[in-house]
Write a protein that binds this ligand. Structure first.
Ligand SMILES: [Zn+2]
Length: 318
């Protein structure tokens, strides 16, 4: 009897193991139905184009410069690096890059949007008052420690953003309007957390180069998407990052040509031109001179509205 039960258990265990393994392994893409794939693809999609007929004061294009002040957390949180050399690269952003950026914005009398991880605010508390000297500048939400959201459970993601928000409020004294995820990576829970937190706009998606309504599971989230693009980001064009084997180091003149052509296109379309830069990347001499030249070029065109992401989001949401 005991032997029979024992035999039965031996037979049942492998069957159980197989079905658990089957349940845990997702089906490969080629084995899934279009409906199964579409349910994942449609988690977050682009809705209506929100480009207005004209921009404030009859302007033809909206230009918004954003700076992600990621300092050390971009290396620690995202790339798992904490050696003094990597930390010094983050420090460069706050110490050398930020004063140069503030000087350039002041020279041209234009505002900008700054996305700052809460941990960077704690490590470099002088950065927030530097930005707030111009009340038109905007500070947006950008994670706690530039942690990769893909490594978090929904509960961990929610708790981490709540912790970051408390620090954000303590440093800035103001609730952020805009959300940008770390490294533009989102989980399937991110958008619902962003909705719960009461943001007006999101800025990590790439479904268009015009502002649009952000849909989740086919429904309007109420969020405006201010889309980004890797070709409009200084990191992939200029950065050197051994851990990710990414070596770009393009000449600033090459990047000027890409960004100028993208701006010319945005002006022709009457839409938006959004740049994402990092003080530790763009803040170097040659690159800052290029940015100065680009802003001068854009200012030389009639009908350019230099605005923050927040101003654009509010304007297109009317
Ligand atoms: Zn970032």
């Amino acid at each position: 009897m005991v032997r029979a039960i024992f035999k039965g258990v031996i037979l049942v265990i492998p069957i159980l193991l197989v079905s658990v393994a089957e349940a845990a392994t997702p089906k490969p893409i080629w084995a899934q139905s279009v409906e199964e794939i579409a349910s994942r693809v449609n988690k977050v999609r682009a809705g209506d184009d929100l480009t207005p007929k004209q921009w404030p004061g009859g302007k033809k294009v909206a230009v918004s410069l954003s700076f992600d002040v990621d300092t050390e957390p971009v290396w620690m949180g995202f790339q798992g690096q904490s050696s003094p050399s990597y930390m010094s690269r983050g420090e460069y952003g706050a110490r050398a890059g930020m004063p140069r950026i503030m000087k350039l914005l002041e020279k041209h009398q234009i505002p900008a949007t700054f996305f700052i991880p809460a941990l960077s605010m704690e490590l470099h508390p002088q950065v927030v008052p530097m930005i707030q000297k111009n009340p038109r500048n905007e500070i947006g939400f950008h994670s706690y420690a530039h942690e990769n959201p893909m490594t978090l459970t929904p509960e961990q993601e929610r708790a981490t953003y709540a912790k970051a928000m408390a620090i954000f409020l303590r440093h800035t004294g103001k609730r952020p309007t805009g959300f940008r995820s770390a490294a533009w990576d989102l989980t399937e829970s991110t958008i619902s957390i962003v909705q719960e937190m009461g943001f007006v706009y999101e800025s990590s998606m790439m479904a268009d180069d015009r502002p649009y309504v952000l849909l989740a599971d086919g429904k309007d989230t109420g969020l405006v998407e201010i889309p980004v693009e890797w070709i409009l980001d200084d990191w992939p064009l200029f950065q050197l990052s051994w851990p990710t084997k990414h070596v770009a180091l393009r000449r600033a003149d090459d990047v000027y040509e890409i960004w100028k052509a993208e701006f010319d296109g945005a002006l022709k379309d009457g839409s938006i031109f959004i740049l994402t830069m990092h003080p530790q990347v763009i803040g170097h001499r040659e690159r800052m001179a290029m940015l100065d030249r680009l802003v001068s070029y854009m200012k030389s065109k009639p009908g350019v509205w230099f605005a923050t992401h927040e101003e654009i989001a509010h304007y297109v949401k009317r």
